[in-house]
Write a protein that binds this ligand. Sequence first.
Ligand code: SF4
Length: 127
Amino acid sequence: MGFDIESMQKIGTMAGSGGVIVIPEGTCMVRALSVLMNFYAHESCGQCTPCREGCGWLAKVLRRIENGQGRNGDVELILEVCDNMLGRTICPLADAAVMPAQSFIWKFREEFDGHLREKKCPYGNRF
Ligand code: SF4
Protein backbone atom coordinates (compact mmCIF):
# COMPACT_ATOMS: atom_id res chain seq x y z
CA MET A 1 0.00 0.00 0.00
CA GLY A 2 1.34 3.40 -0.92
CA PHE A 3 1.26 6.56 1.16
CA ASP A 4 -0.95 8.56 -1.16
CA ILE A 5 -4.33 10.27 -0.86
CA GLU A 6 -6.34 7.42 -2.45
CA SER A 7 -4.66 4.66 -0.41
CA MET A 8 -5.21 6.58 2.82
CA GLN A 9 -8.88 7.19 1.96
CA LYS A 10 -9.38 3.45 1.34
CA ILE A 11 -8.36 2.63 4.92
CA GLY A 12 -10.45 5.42 6.41
CA THR A 13 -7.76 7.96 7.15
CA MET A 14 -5.99 10.81 5.38
CA ALA A 15 -2.55 11.77 4.18
CA GLY A 16 -2.77 15.14 5.93
CA SER A 17 0.36 17.20 5.52
CA GLY A 18 2.42 14.09 4.86
CA GLY A 19 3.89 13.75 8.32
CA VAL A 20 4.07 10.31 9.92
CA ILE A 21 4.29 9.60 13.63
CA VAL A 22 5.46 6.10 14.53
CA ILE A 23 4.05 5.06 17.90
CA PRO A 24 5.71 2.04 19.56
CA GLU A 25 3.63 -0.96 20.61
CA GLY A 26 2.50 -0.59 24.22
CA THR A 27 2.29 3.22 24.14
CA CYS A 28 -0.65 4.62 26.08
CA MET A 29 -2.94 5.96 23.38
CA VAL A 30 -4.69 8.29 25.83
CA ARG A 31 -1.36 9.91 26.63
CA ALA A 32 -0.43 10.02 22.95
CA LEU A 33 -3.70 11.81 22.14
CA SER A 34 -3.30 14.11 25.11
CA VAL A 35 0.14 15.20 23.88
CA LEU A 36 -1.31 15.75 20.40
CA MET A 37 -4.21 17.85 21.73
CA ASN A 38 -1.82 19.95 23.81
CA PHE A 39 -0.09 20.77 20.54
CA TYR A 40 -3.34 21.89 18.86
CA ALA A 41 -4.47 23.87 21.90
CA HIS A 42 -1.11 25.65 21.86
CA GLU A 43 -1.21 26.27 18.10
CA SER A 44 -4.80 27.59 17.91
CA CYS A 45 -4.62 31.29 17.04
CA GLY A 46 -7.90 31.86 18.90
CA GLN A 47 -9.86 33.51 16.10
CA CYS A 48 -12.62 30.88 15.97
CA THR A 49 -14.50 29.95 19.13
CA PRO A 50 -14.92 26.24 18.25
CA CYS A 51 -11.16 25.92 17.78
CA ARG A 52 -10.06 28.17 20.62
CA GLU A 53 -12.39 26.60 23.19
CA GLY A 54 -12.60 23.13 21.65
CA CYS A 55 -8.88 22.43 21.43
CA GLY A 56 -8.48 23.63 25.00
CA TRP A 57 -11.32 21.41 26.24
CA LEU A 58 -9.99 18.37 24.42
CA ALA A 59 -6.55 18.88 25.97
CA LYS A 60 -8.02 19.45 29.44
CA VAL A 61 -10.36 16.42 29.41
CA LEU A 62 -7.66 14.12 28.04
CA ARG A 63 -5.20 15.32 30.67
CA ARG A 64 -7.60 14.46 33.49
CA ILE A 65 -8.41 11.03 32.00
CA GLU A 66 -4.69 10.24 31.71
CA ASN A 67 -4.11 11.43 35.27
CA GLY A 68 -6.81 9.14 36.66
CA GLN A 69 -9.31 11.92 37.30
CA GLY A 70 -11.57 11.17 34.36
CA ARG A 71 -15.33 11.33 34.86
CA ASN A 72 -18.03 9.07 33.51
CA GLY A 73 -19.11 10.54 30.19
CA ASP A 74 -15.73 12.13 29.42
CA VAL A 75 -15.22 10.03 26.30
CA GLU A 76 -18.66 11.03 25.03
CA LEU A 77 -17.83 14.64 25.94
CA ILE A 78 -14.71 14.50 23.75
CA LEU A 79 -16.76 13.17 20.82
CA GLU A 80 -19.41 15.86 21.37
CA VAL A 81 -16.80 18.63 21.44
CA CYS A 82 -15.36 17.18 18.21
CA ASP A 83 -18.81 17.31 16.56
CA ASN A 84 -19.07 20.97 17.51
CA MET A 85 -15.68 21.79 16.02
CA LEU A 86 -15.64 19.90 12.74
CA GLY A 87 -16.20 22.11 9.69
CA ARG A 88 -16.99 25.21 11.77
CA THR A 89 -13.75 27.13 11.62
CA ILE A 90 -11.88 29.41 9.25
CA CYS A 91 -8.83 27.21 8.71
CA PRO A 92 -8.38 23.42 8.93
CA LEU A 93 -6.46 23.39 12.23
CA ALA A 94 -9.57 22.51 14.24
CA ASP A 95 -10.50 19.73 11.79
CA ALA A 96 -6.93 18.44 12.02
CA ALA A 97 -7.37 18.17 15.80
CA VAL A 98 -10.79 16.53 15.57
CA MET A 99 -9.82 13.76 13.15
CA PRO A 100 -7.16 12.11 15.33
CA ALA A 101 -9.27 12.64 18.46
CA GLN A 102 -12.19 10.78 16.88
CA SER A 103 -10.09 8.02 15.34
CA PHE A 104 -8.07 7.38 18.53
CA ILE A 105 -11.35 6.86 20.39
CA TRP A 106 -12.96 4.81 17.64
CA LYS A 107 -9.94 2.51 17.32
CA PHE A 108 -8.69 2.41 20.97
CA ARG A 109 -11.88 2.96 22.99
CA GLU A 110 -10.97 0.23 25.48
CA GLU A 111 -7.86 2.16 26.53
CA PHE A 112 -9.95 5.23 27.35
CA ASP A 113 -12.50 3.14 29.26
CA GLY A 114 -9.64 1.39 31.10
CA HIS A 115 -8.35 4.72 32.42
CA LEU A 116 -11.82 5.67 33.66
CA ARG A 117 -12.40 2.25 35.23
CA GLU A 118 -9.03 1.98 36.99
CA LYS A 119 -8.77 5.70 37.87
CA LYS A 120 -5.18 5.72 36.62
CA CYS A 121 -3.15 5.09 33.50
CA PRO A 122 -2.97 1.28 33.16
CA TYR A 123 0.28 1.74 31.24
CA GLY A 124 2.08 3.67 33.96
CA ASN A 125 2.50 6.83 31.88
CA ARG A 126 2.51 10.10 33.74
CA PHE A 127 2.87 13.71 32.76
S1 SF4 B 1 -9.36 27.19 13.11
FE1 SF4 B 1 -7.54 28.27 12.37
S2 SF4 B 1 -8.20 30.41 12.25
FE2 SF4 B 1 -9.67 29.36 13.59
S3 SF4 B 1 -8.88 29.65 15.69
FE3 SF4 B 1 -8.11 27.69 14.90
S4 SF4 B 1 -6.08 28.20 14.09
FE4 SF4 B 1 -7.21 30.11 14.26
